[in-house]
Design a protein around this ligand. Structure first.
Ligand code: PLP
Length: 407
């Protein structure tokens, strides 16, 4: 598969503001006037391209951001939403009805897991959770009632790498879409170019990158994006997870530096992962050759953007993990906070935070230990200095001797 140059595709977009500004003007309106009542009716019927009706349906600012995200993922179109969950839930409810079934990776963001496991059962939609790295198990789980296969390109928090071409092949065989959440690997992986039919994002993370906004996106065919916006039965339009125009405009501005940020996040995470491994710590990072998905990631990735900014470190126990995170925060090495993609390193223990929706027994079964810390590595200028200071904290708490095996 040819690598996709998403950074160039974004760079090649050209916008002018209303008065020739270098940024598009922000559409600060929730509703739009029509010169004729007939045009208003036609717009409701979906027959007047380019006419704006009401900003929950669409707005110029959201369309600009959508265009840039379609360029990022190499899809025909993209809709932006008020959160990543707003994108994920709209896609699932657009594709699945009562009596349907879907196959999902078992290692996914806790909120998505909770929606699939606890919420969809209210609508009589069933879910089979599978080990996504076992593509034969995925194929076996598909039934006549299956409406989609769902996974994360690089999973939260275990960093499992999905074999997108093989999963897309299974989906194609059954004429169902493969839906991939690419929140952990924007630019590094281009799932749609590898065969995925729908790509979703939490823009809240790397894409916006400044931890000041909550937003999401669905990147897909124009047909699917328009269907989501249909005034009569579009899940995007009717569930109402709309992004505000002012936020859309600010996210678009941040998106322009994504290529620089992702390279630096990857470089810093790669450096720390290697040093942690050399020190005998239990670190997981797709860029390490000890990672079971390393070769697969290499075969799918857009190499120049690296293996991403997320790594995990096992502190051995929940108590040690808490002590380490509190100490690192006191030492100003990052923040004890959920989320990802900030300029500063963020760390949290997924077992008691972002994956707490997953019952403990299932967490253990999938390999999510209570001492696991997820790090979203920041844009630190001097990462060697960061390593020395982090390692001082690790040694101070005697974590090295707790988990002596490298892996
Ligand atoms: N997908 C992944 C992989 C996530 O990590 C998250 C949030 O942590 C989401 C989706 C949900 O995104 P949001 O918080 O923007 O709704």
């Amino acid at each position: 598969m040819e690598p996709y140059n998403a950074a160039d595709a974004i760079q090649d977009l050209q916008y002018f503001g209303e008065y020739g500004g270098v940024n598009p003007s922000i559409s600060d309106s929730s509703t739009y006037t029509f010169l004729s009542a007939k045009t208003m009716f036609d717009t409701f019927e979906g027959n007047t391209e380019g006419c704006y009706l009401y900003s929950r349906h669409s707005s110029p600012s959201n369309l600009y951001l959508g265009e840039a995200l379609a360029a990022l993922e190499g899809t025909e179109s993209a809709n932006v939403t008020g959160s990543g969950m707003g994108a994920i839930t709209a896609v699932i409810l657009q594709l699945c009805s009562s009596g349907d079934h879907l196959v999902s990776s078992r290692t996914i963001y806790g909120g998505t897991y909770a929606f699939l496991k606890n919420f969809l059962s209210r609508f009589n939609i069933s879910v089979s959770f599978v080990d996504i790295t076992d593509t034969r198990a995925v194929a076996r789980a598909v039934t006549k009632k299956t409406r989609m296969i769902y996974c994360e390109s690089v999973s939260n928090p275990l960093l499992e790498v999905a074999d997108i071409p093989t999963l897309a092949g299974i989906a194609n065989e059954h004429r169902i879409p493969l839906v991939v959440d690419n929140t952990f690997a924007p630019l590094s992986l281009s799932p749609a170019r590898l065969g995925a039919h729908i790509v979703v994002h939490s823009l809240t993370k790397f894409i916006n990158g400044s931890s000041d906004a909550v937003a999401g996106a669905v990147c897909a065919s124009s047909e699917f994006c328009l269907a989501l916006k249909d005034v009569n039965d579009g899940a995007g339009m009717l569930l109402g997870s709309t992004l505000d125009s002012i936020r859309a405009a600010s996210i678009l501005k941040n998106l322009r530096t994504l290529h620089l940020r992702i390279k630096k996040h990857s470089e810093n995470a790669g450096y720390l992962a290697s040093r942690f491994r050399e020190a005998g710590l239990r670190v997981v990072y797709p860029g390490l050759d000890s990672h079971p998905g390393h070769a697969l990631m290499q075969s799918q990735m857009n190499t120049e953007f690296g293996y991403g900014g997320i790594l995990t470190l096992d502190a051995g126990s929940a108590e040690k993990a808490d002590e380490l995170m509190e100490l690192m925060q006191r030492e100003n090495l990052g923040y004890l906070a959920v989320s990802l993609g900030f300029y500063k390193t963020l760390f949290s223990a997924p077992g008691s935070s972002t994956s707490s929706e997953i019952p403990e027994s299932e967490q253990r079964e999938m390999g999510l230990g209570s001492g696991l810390i997820r790090f979203s590595i920041g844009l630190d200028h001097d990462i060697e200095r960061t390593f020395e200071r982090m390692f001082d904290c690790i040694q101070w708490l005697d974590i090295t001797s707790q988990v002596p095996t490298a892996g």
